[in-house]
Design a binder for this molecule. Structure first.
Ligand code: AMP
Length: 298
């Protein structure tokens, strides 16, 4: 499955991408994360991007397109990926279409997380506070001033993608103001409706793939939450296993019944055929007798 998460800074793309990674066993490809890693490593791309990112501008299209193209070719992306923060401009979207076509890959959906702009600043402030709490380095561009600039660039350069993908019948819009798990459920429902995922992936987690992916560790809060629920999760899993077993047994029983009925019917048909044959034979014998009698009389 290959999907794009679209939304302004603070709309929850990163959070949802991480949850989708766990559920579907695909990788999150975040250009922001990759660029931050390049800046930290001091690579030529990082040196180019550093100032632009700090000021809230957009890194040149060819740079991010190159990064994404290389990343899609990695073995861990073969199973599918979520693009988070890419594409951000129409030329990037066109370049993505081109490179997917070239690689014979299909884009399943573009999920737009729609949020009230007024909520974005407080969301980013919460994110900064949580990162500080966890002792993580705070992003240089997570300040009210830079956020205003990032929002302006979202409106002018990224929002046109809503029209771009809607025209291509790829766009699904989700209310990003709902609680995190409600948004995840809404995305899952949408992906199910589009046939991008199979029903069995509901509630499934892919620990191994997640560990292999380039995604950062889950936030402490999420980790705590899931630690609180192991008993409930185990109970749920046992229940669904029971239900699955019941369904299989039911299906087997139904199949047996159908087979029995069919055999019975076939048997009846055979008997009917036999009777018919007998009747035909009897009729023929009778007719022959009649003819013999008539001839004898003559
Ligand atoms: P993000 O983590 O997605 O908010 O991205 C952080 C910053 O990285 C952005 O403000 C841009 O400066 C840069 N960036 C990330 N993705 C892209 C992209 N697709 N095109 C251009 N610049 C990007």
């Amino acid at each position: 499955m290959r999907i794009i998460l679209l939304g302004p800074p603070g709309s929850g793309k990163g959070t949802q991408a991480q949850l989708l990674v766990q559920r579907y066993g695909i990788v999150q490809l975040s250009t922001g994360e990759m660029l931050r890693a390049a800046v930290a490593a001091g690579t030529p791309v990082g040196l180019k991007a550093k100032e632009i990112m700090a000021s809230g501008g957009l890194v040149p299209d060819d740079v991010v397109v190159g990064i994404i193209s290389d990343r899609i070719d990695q073995p861990d992306a073969r199973n599918g990926f979520i693009l988070d923060g890419f594409p951000r401009t129409v030329p990037q979207a066109e370049a993505l279409d081109e490179l997917l076509k070239h690689k014979h890959l299909k884009l399943d959906a573009v999920i737009e997380l729609r949020v009230n702009e007024s909520a974005l600043l407080s969301r980013v402030e919460t994110r900064v506070a949580q990162m500080r709490e966890r002792g993580e380095e705070v992003r240089l561009d997570d300040t009210p001033e830079v956020l205003t600039k990032r929002l302006a660039s979202y409106r002018s350069q990224t929002e046109p993608l809503i029209h771009y993908y809607s025209e291509r019948r790829k766009l699904s819009t989700i209310d990003g103001m709902m609680a995190i798990d409600e948004v995840t459920r809404a995305i899952h429902r949408q992906l199910l409706a589009l046939g991008a995922v199979e029903p069995k992936t509901h509630g499934k987690t892919h620990g191994k793939t997640r560990a292999r992916s380039a995604v950062k560790a889950a936030p402490a809060k999420t980790a705590k939450k899931s630690a609180k629920k192991p008993a409930k999760t185990a109970e749920k899993a046992a229940k669904s296993r029971k239900a699955a077993k019941k369904a299989v047994t039911g299906a087997k029983k139904a199949a047996k019944k159908t087979i029995k009925k069919t055999v019975k019917k076939a048997g009846k048909k055979k008997a009917a055929k036999k009777t018919a044959k007998k009747a035909v034979k009897k009729g023929a014998k009778k007719a022959a007798k009649k003819v013999t009698k008539r001839r004898a009389k003559r």
